[in-house]
Structures are given as C-alpha cells and as structure tokens.
Design a protein around this ligand. Structure first.
Ligand code: NAD
Ligand code: UDP
Length: 389
C-alpha cells in the first residue's frame, strides 16, 4: 500500500524493506510483532519457532495479501542446522526465544539457563560472523532487587529515586544467593547481554538489547487446562485470568507486596518497530521498555483485575476474591522476588522519542475482555468434563 511505501525513519529518510529473521515469533511478543510488521510495514519476516498457534492466522497458510511477506520455519534452535542459513538470508535477526515463566526458574533451572544463555550463543555467533544486526530480548529482571530493598522497611531513603529507579547504564545487577534458583534466569540473561556487548566492543557486532518491563495483553502465556498444561503456572496476568474465569480466588504470593509496572503490549511493540527502523539510533544501546506510570503492588493488580473482570463479564466478584499463599507452596523451594521495577525512560526517550500511552485500567479492560471472550466457554467445558470424570 502507498502508506507503507512512504514510511520514513525518525531522521526523515525512507525506510527500505528488510528481511527479518524472528526467532520465537510464535510467542506472545512475537505474535504481536508479526501482526504489526505485516499490517504497517513492507518488511519480510522469516518466523522461527517450535509452535505457531499464536500466529496461525498469519502463516497457516499466509492470507493472499501477505504472500511472500511471512513464512513459518518450525525449528528448535537448540539443534537445527537451518538456523545459520535463515540468519544469513536476513538483514536483521530478532531473538525472542526463551524460557521466561518464573515458575520454571527454580524448578527447571538447567533448562532455564540453557535456554536463556547456551541456546542463544549460536544466534549471537552467526550474527557476528556474518555481520548481521541483532536485536536481542533480555529482561528487566537483570536488575534483580533494588538498592533500597536492603534498607530497613521504613527508611526514608527508600523513597529517593536513586534507591529504586532502574537505569540501563548505571544501575547494578543485584541477585540473591545461588540457592535462590529464581535468579538462574536473570543471571543467564545478564551473561548473554555481556557477551553481546563484548561482541559489539571487540568484533563490531551491531546490536540492540531490549529489557521488557512486564509487557501484558491478549495472547500472553496460556490458560492451564485449556491451551496449556493443567499443572502449568504461567505469568501473573494469565494466573489471575485463569482464577477469574474459574471463579476461584486470586492467589497472592507472599502477601502480594511486590511492585510491578505493567505496559500494554501494543505500546511496547511500537518501541520495537522504532528500533527495527532506526538502526543508527538503536545500535549499541540497551533499552528499558516499560510504563513507569502504571505501578501497582500485586495485591492492587488483583483488586483491579477483579473489578474490571466483573464489569466485562457481568459476573459478581466472589465474597473473598483473594487468598494468601506462601511462595514455597506456590512456586516451590528456591523462589525469590524482585521487589520493585520502575524503568528509567531517559535513553529510549532521547534515542527513539518513545513513550508508553495506555493506562493500566484501560489495558486491563481490553485484555480481560479478550480473555473472557476467548476462554470462558472453553473453561466451562473443561470444568464440567473434569467434574464428571
Ligand atoms: P513466550 O514464551 O510467549 O515466547 C517465547 C517463544 O520462543 C515461544 O513461542 C517459544 O516456543 C519460543 N522458543 C523457546 N525456545 C525455543 C527454541 N529452542 N527454538 C525455537 N523457539 C523457541 O515469551 P514472550 O513473553 O513473548 O517473551 C519473549 C522474550 O522477551 C523472551 O526472551 C523473554 O525473556 C523476554 N521478556 C519478556 C517479558 C514480557 O513482559 N513478556 C519480560 C521480560 C523479558
Ligand atoms: N504472583 C502472584 N500470584 C500468581 C502469580 C504471580 O502473586 O498467581 C506474583 C509473583 O510472585 C510476582 C508477580 O506476581 O511477585 C509477578 O509475577 P510474574 O509471573 O508475572 O513475573 P515477574 O514479574 O516476577 O517476572
């Protein structure tokens, strides 16, 4: 379309269509990124994943208007020689592949470390050897705990931004002890960031590192027993959605006192597109991508989701909408938590002019409307089958 042809970068130059090798394209973030690139740009996507359920509408088969624009390559990057060829065919590689659900970090620490570090190594190597640009997905969890978390609970310095705001180029990475296997993920992500940074410094790799701060929205993770294992534990948005769909209390881990900032997936995807299309502004940078204005405790999130879900579903909330559980009951031994996550937005603002837009209430309305519409009947069916067997 003419509108796509006229796309300009932030410096006013026309954007040439790119071929993008997107690894992990079938996941939550990948599915939204594929949709956005197909709808608004002329870039070509080589979508790599072991699953394609979340992008089936784009690839199985590709609708006629997307012919030649997107192809699905079902492969496991752990052990598939086709990976190098795909990276060589592309101008840019985006690596989203990871095990990234906290319930796995302490219960499957080996898989977590292999997935987030070892399996990413060939991707970095092929990009570096073939002089291809890399956008690698890391995590806000590389910051670990805030400095302020080590002060006494009511210490006034805890209120000072220096003690909690997370800055890409200044904040330290603070993890718990090795027995707290929660940190296996953060530590693996930190090491792959350091390796990519070193490839940039020593071998000239053109890279961008993204640190997402709790991106949420439709298609995130799975609903246990419906489109994922019954015993599986997804991230908090899907856990709470599952509880609401089943009319059971939301489980607050260790009192629900941890704080998070949630950003709407569609806002965050705009930041990624800016990175893709403005290499001169994005290369060599690590970017926080989050919404510092959307901070809540997990308990407050549970309250908001309960209210919003009652509105969108028309079902009255339970008399006791939440219950407390200990982290060892919920996640098992070795769990630990990030206390607070406020992203500093200076660098992404300066380089890409990006700002998040959607307030938490609005994004929860959109997302829970989607969850209700997509899952309510399936959950009912699954619950009645389970009770009759
Ligand atoms: P996701 O689990 O939905 O997507 C990851 C995708 O990678 C999945 O589709 C999975 O099948 C695929 N994958 C994993 N291992 C693979 C392999 N060996 N070969 C091929 N495909 C493989 O998760 P997401 O939320 O879309 O996250 C994407 C990236 O962003 C991850 O690196 C994650 O660590 C990072 N991240 C996301 C968030 C967030 O808020 N969603 C926060 C922090 C970091
Ligand atoms: N959490 C919770 N109940 C749940 C799921 C998660 O209280 O059913 C808490 C979890 O302990 C953490 C926060 O919610 O403090 C966010 O968890 P998530 O899995 O989304 O990932 P994280 O932000 O820790 O990477």
């Amino acid at each position: 379309p003419a509108a796509a042809a006229a796309r300009l970068d932030l410096d006013g130059n026309p954007i040439a269509p790119l071929t993008i090798c997107m690894i992990g394209a079938g996941g939550f973030i990948g599915s939204h990124l594929c949709e956005k690139l197909m709808a608004e740009t002329r870039h070509v996507v080589l979508a790599v994943d072991v699953y394609c359920d979340k992008i089936r509408h784009l690839v199985d088969p590709a609708p006629p208007h997307l012919a030649g624009r997107i192809s699905f390559h079902r492969l496991n990057i752990k052990n598939d020689s086709r990976l190098e060829g795909l990276i060589k065919m592309a101008d840019l590689t985006i690596n989203l592949a990871a095990i990234c659900t906290p319930a796995d970090y302490n219960t499957r620490p080996l898989d977590t470390i292999y997935s987030n570090f070892i399996d990413a190594l060939p991707v970095v190597k092929y990009c570096s050897e073939n002089s291809k640009r890399l956008i690698h997905f890391s995590t806000c969890e590389v910051y670990g705990k805030t400095i302020g978390s080590f002060l006494p609970k009511d210490h006034p310095l805890r209120k000072e931004p220096e003690f909690y705001v997370l800055k890409e180029d200044e904040s330290p990475c603070i993890f718990g002890p090795i027995v707290k296997q929660r940190w296996s993920y953060a530590c693996a992500k930190q090491l792959i960031e350091r390796l990519i940074f070193a490839e940039g410094a020593e071998n000239g790799l053109e890279f961008t590192i993204v640190r997402p701060f709790n991106w949420i929205g439709p298609r995130m993770d799975f609903i246990p027993g419906v489109d994922g294992p019954s015993e599986g534990v997804p991230r908090v948005l899907a856990c709470f959605s599952n509880n609401l769909l089943r009319r059971e209390p939301l489980k607050l881990v260790d009192g629900g006192q941890s704080q998070r900032t949630f950003v709407y997936i569609k806002d965050a995807i705009e930041a990624v597109v800016l990175m893709i299309e403005n290499p001169a502004r994005a290369n060599g940078h690590i970017f926080n991508v989050g919404n510092p204005d959307n901070e809540v405790t997990v308990r407050e999130l549970a309250q908001m989701m309960t209210e919003v879900y009652a509105n969108v579903s028309g079902e009255a909330p339970l008399d006791e909408p939440m219950i407390d559980v200990s982290s060892s009951q919920f996640y098992g031994e070795g769990y630990d938590d990030s206390d607070k996550r406020i992203p500093d937005m200076t660098i992404i603002n300066k380089q890409l002019g990006w700002n998040p837009k959607t307030p938490l209430k609005d994004l929860l309305e959109t997302t829970l409307t989607y969850q209700h519409k997509t899952y309510k009947e399936a959950v009912k069916r699954q619950m009645s089958q389970a009770s009759s067997t």
